[in-house]
Design a protein around this ligand. Sequence first.
Ligand code: URA
Length: 305
Amino acid sequence: MDSTTLRIALRQQLESLVRSGVQQGPRIDPALWQTLVDKENVVTTAVPPKSVPAAEAPRPTVRKPTDTAPAVPVSASATATSSGVATGQVQANLSALAHDSWQTSSVDRESRIRLLAEIDQEVKACEKCPILSSNRTQTVFGVGNVMPRLCFFGEGPGADEDKQGEPFVGAAGQLLNKIIQACTMQREDVYILNVVKCRPPGNRNPAPDEVSHCRPFFERQLEVLQPEFICCLGGVATSALLETKLSVGRLRGKLHDYKGAKVMVTYHPAYLLRNPSSKKYVWEDMQKLMKAMGIQLPGKDSPQS
Ligand code: URA
């Protein structure tokens, strides 16, 4: 049996055990667990869609708050690791990220990849915003785990993202990566997307009509991804998702609702690059978000850079 077949069989067995009510099992080596839950869900570029008639495509369902997957209890024999997080907690954190193994979603990974690729094709062909479409090098759709518990939602591509076709790859992206890592996750564990898919020239904010044109795209992306948690980075993402005029300062630090997903609002990494003294607020917000996700963080100190 090759490793892919073994992985699929093991995942199916675990899903079946969970469905039959099993809530605790033997401890699994975290490294093995990581290989089970990790890389195969990562899509860095859109996969060309298979020619499946739209009528046959499964309709994603919007997550209900009660759909939360059961967490695997932490073993009492947990020991400390060099990161300061107990190994049992590492296992629990990995389980907390292993959305694909435990969730009861109606949309499987392959369908998500296909549905996202279909939306991406529409994005690539879109010319609703004359200024944005005529100035873009390419559209920037989204990247990451297609079975995410957590999505990061940004504003729109900058120059680096426009060149590379991937969100958050410039200086703000480097800081976002550090924030994700400080939360004991990797960029590949989450999904990252933006409100608008084309770079606004001169890095200006997207205009209201540009946000409206992209709304069906990001709403459908989130409908396919069904994240349990969304982190809005900055005011543009926050007002687009929550359809509010309230500031990040007013909304941050609490969980909000978007169609059943829990939403944390925080400052944009680009803002933090200009205002490093605000990093402590983002760290507070991320600690609250991780607590809500059941992910234990090693210490209380804010990441230094
Ligand atoms: N800022 C964003 O909001 N999104 C990106 O992709 C990059 C920078």
